[in-house]
Design a protein around this ligand. Structure first.
Ligand SMILES: C[S@@+](CC[C@H](N)C(=O)[O-])C[C@H]1O[C@@H](n2cnc3c(N)ncnc32)[C@H](O)[C@@H]1O
Length: 248
């Protein structure tokens, strides 16, 4: 994604891109595949009380595109998923592609106005690259349309999320630029997983976001999952990936 590409915030760009979808071949998986994120999902969802498949959370994929992540979740037992995207072209293509998976619904919707989704109905909201697509121009001083679009979107996510729900946001963007856009009103508690790239590739980030009003928050301090030393020099070898969590 070109960081300064304003066209990515417009429907026309995505409709044009998704008009090239054909048959069973996804046109893209935006910057991280399911396998890259599996350790993160294990920790935050698959083994996390309240968000496990047996807990049957309603999962909302925000700007789902033609990602295979909803199908991967379905295969792991999540049977209540709604995927929304403002591109009718991709919603039609995905509805056809995944018609054999009744646990995934595809709906054309603008994430800045999700009137079709009830207040506090969503257990897990997931964004990979959608907030990013709304951001362009200077990261030091985002233009007004960026602040307006991201603000409307995030207030909608807050509205539809259960009080105990979790909002996961995967991005390549640097945390110091994202934090002010994510939380201008202080309505969220933010945790950050640094999802290290392998062999010199760039880091990317998994934000784990909960309502600040919800008291049963986990986490403080910094800890590592996996083969990486934490600040105390202790090693935690629970998984083999390079994940680091930081309460912000
Ligand atoms: C960078 S792509 C990511 C797609 C998918 N999440 C993935 O990881 O492959 C951004 C997606 O967000 C969608 N999108 C952008 N702005 C949107 C909006 N305001 N409402 C709904 N969908 C939007 C685009 O159509 C596109 O599918």
């Amino acid at each position: 994604m070109a960081e300064n590409d304003e066209s990515l915030s417009h429907l026309e760009y995505w409709d044009e891109r998704y008009s090239k979808i054909d048959g069973e071949t996804p046109t893209h998986e935006w910057f991280r595949s399911f396998s890259h994120l599996e350790h993160f999902f294990q920790k935050i969802l698959f083994q996390s009380p309240g968000h496990r498949p047996d807990d049957n959370p309603l999962i909302l994929h925000l700007g789902s595109g033609d990602s295979v992540i909803p199908a991967e979740f379905d295969s792991r037992g999540y049977s209540r998923q709604v995927c929304v995207d403002f591109s009718t072209k991709v919603i039609e293509a995905m509805t056809e592609r995944y018609k054999s998976r009744p646990g995934i619904k595809w709906e054309q919707m603008d994430v800045r106005d999700m009137a079709g989704i009830a207040d506090k109905s969503i257990g897990v909201a997931f964004d990979k690259g959608t907030l990013d697509a709304m951001i362009h121009s200077s990261p030091w001083s985002p233009p007004r349309d960026v602040k307006e679009n991201t603000g409307r979107y995030l207030r909608e996510v807050y509205r539809v999320l259960e009080d105990s729900g979790v909002f996961l946001y995967i991005t390549f963007r640097q945390p110091h630029f994202i934090r002010p856009l994510l939380n201008p009103d202080g309505i969220w508690n933010l945790d950050l997983e640094v999802l290290g790239g392998k062999e010199g590739s760039f880091d990317y980030y998994g934000w784990v976001i909960r309502k600040a009003s919800y008291q049963e928050q986990k986490s403080d301090g910094v800890y590592n999952v996996s083969g990486v030393e934490d600040a105390s020099g202790m090693e935690n070898a629970r998984t083999s990936s390079n994940l680091r969590t930081q309460a912000l």
